[in-house]
Design a binder for this molecule. Sequence first.
Ligand code: EPZ
Length: 421
Amino acid sequence: MDSILVRGNGPLSGEIAIAGAKNAALTLMPATLLTDEPLTLTNVPRLSDIKTTNELLSSLGTEVAVMQDGQIIVLDTNQITNHTADYDIVRKMRASILVLGPMLARDGKAIVSLPGGCAIGARPVDLHLKGLEAMGGTIELKEGYIYATAKNGLKGATIDFPFASVGATENILMAATLAKGTTQINNAAREPEIVDLADCLRKMGAEIRGDGSPTITVQGVEKLYGATHPVVTDRIELGTYMLAPVIAGGEVELLGGRINLLSAFCEKLDEAGISVTETKRGLTVASRNGRISGVNVVTKPFPGFPTDLQAQMMAALCTADGISVLEETIFENRFMHAPELIRMGASIDVHGGTATVTGVDKLKGAPVMATDLRASVSLILAGLAAEGETIVSRVYHLDRGYEQLVRKLSACGANIERISA
Ligand code: EPZ
């Protein structure tokens, strides 16, 4: 298993091009199952999760053509030849559950392995299943698989989510495009990835209103058509790299970044004393006087502070002036980066869903272990300004969500290299 070696190396300067959003691509790709015409996605990030999704869709009968070094993918599902998403693929990537709604809507049947939990939490899919049942689906759970059928096709329904679940909103939104009648999703997730999915589905002929607001209305149609759609910029990659100059000092321009993708996050940076400026090509981030002030963070569904940036923000707050309190309200176990940061000399107290960080002068490099995608990148960020060497092991987690991370940071002056095991 590869590791990444980072040595604290002073302020950064340069530019980083932000890729297409992993969490948008992972829901756009299953949309191919809704039509028998080709769906072309551009600005696709080059990540292992995308490869896994290509594998999954091919196993269902999709013809996958990858071009331009993976940045363009043409998905053609003339017909679904296999309606079972196997455990051995689903266990690698939970987002595989997003083939359930489209397959059920297209052919009235789908067998999908239950995704199971992951490091950050149990991550049930009850809201996905309840939504599909409300639309006339019959759901049975047997031997770790979801057996879904809809003999007479799906019908429109009003669905009230107790929690603004991103994945459940995406599954139901895709299923509703081909259901008979109108579907209304109340307390829908509002993430930019949901709006991106709705934009793509509308290009395919779907009738969708209200995406980005808490209430989405879908008028089912007979058929969807092929389309070409660019994947929206990855706001989590953007926020991650915005914190690199915050931690290491200096100034970096993030190409393709826009403040409206991350307004709550940018407000927090402003509160901490970081200036974020929109430029013609993206965003520039610079730490005003070298150190940041401690701030309190509560993660929330969009437009609140993103849970996917909590670990990275914690890394930045380890060397802030004063005390910061971070409250993780989305996942039940998303502080696994804390013990690793403590190994680097951070002062962090975790109690349940709250972590209290007391700023220290400097962190010290140490061997640390990645536990999940965002925790691993928070350790890399911490290593940028730590004294000495930080070796982050199990970087396969990183490959799931950050394309060319070593190249992007080295280009801004970071002393970072990948060590093959
Ligand atoms: C998506 O996961 C993202 N993944 C996650 O990003 C992100 O952290 C999360 O949304 C929240 O923003 C993808 O888009 C592929 P949820 P998802 O359904 O859809 C509970 C990353 O690092 N819940 O909004 O699984 C669930 O347990 C990943 O890129 C139910 O209880 O998130 C969790 O506590 C990590 N029942 C909370 O809701 C359900 O049926 C948020 O889940 C569904 C969810």
